[in-house]
Design a protein around this ligand. Structure first.
Ligand SMILES: CC(C)(COP(=O)(O)OP(=O)(O)OC[C@H]1O[C@@H](n2cnc3c(N)ncnc32)[C@H](O)[C@@H]1OP(=O)(O)O)[C@@H](O)C(=O)NCCC(=O)NCCS
Length: 189
């Protein structure tokens, strides 16, 4: 199966602040530009654990979205958005390795708006994309890197079955300080 632009891959019902909330998980589309731009700039403001820094210009977001859609079509990556009431509230991706001998290894990343955390969305998004990455991208191992002080993300990853591979001491600069870069992986079964 080939994943298309704007393809719905899951429909979730999550209990958010005691309210049943419907979240659609789908692939990106060109029309997402403004919303994706707003989402990323909001999420970047909320957390200091992401690689992209403020401000992301609309022109850069446009290039990112176009490149992402092409890369998804070529089966080099999968990107998914979590959408509530037509607004993007979460995003995740798996990229295959450019090295021919490492094509079976995919790099995973995730971010969710603070208001939508703690209701299971991170778990569902991760499980959904890893299942798709195994089937569609034929990857056998998912890997990621996470700031040593991002304990919440590490808890999510361990819950999903990621294990520590090692760390690069002071491998990430966070403002004026340096933190360890923790490398984790999961064999996809
Ligand atoms: C990390 C992140 C994706 C987690 O998403 P989420 O939707 O809250 O995840 P879930 O609700 O599925 O929770 C998964 C697990 O994470 C842990 N967790 C989540 N939020 C937590 C919190 N505030 N305190 C402690 N543990 C927490 C728990 O172990 C939880 O499992 P449990 O509910 O069974 O106990 C989200 O917080 C986020 O996007 N953070 C900002 C960006 C970021 O750090 N990305 C990762 C970069 S490597």
């Amino acid at each position: 199966m080939k994943l298309k632009e704007d393809q719905k891959v899951a429909r979730l019902f999550l209990l958010k602040k005691n309210k049943m909330t419907e979240i659609v998980i789908r692939t990106p589309k060109k029309g997402d530009l403004e919303d994706a731009w707003k989402f990323y700039n909001k999420v970047i403001k909320e957390t200091s654990f992401l690689s992209r820094l403020m401000p992301v210009k609309l022109v850069d977001e446009k290039k990112w979205l176009n490149d992402t859609i092409i890369s998804n079509k070529k089966k080099k990556s999968i990107n998914l958005f979590a959408v509530h009431d037509g607004k993007i509230v979460g995003s995740c991706d798996v990229h295959t390795n450019k090295n021919e001998r490492m094509k079976h290894v995919g790099t995973f990343g995730i971010c969710i708006l603070q208001d939508y955390t703690r209701c299971g969305l991170g778990t569902k998004l991760t499980q959904t994309i890893l299942g798709l990455a195994k089937k569609e991208l034929k990857i056998k191992i998912a890997e990621l890197s996470v700031y040593s002080n991002n304990l919440i993300a590490q808890r999510l990853y361990r819950k999903i079955g990621f294990v520590h591979a090692g760390k690069i001491p002071k491998g990430i600069r966070q403002g004026k300080k340096f933190v360890d870069n923790i490398i984790m992986y999961k064999v996809l079964k």
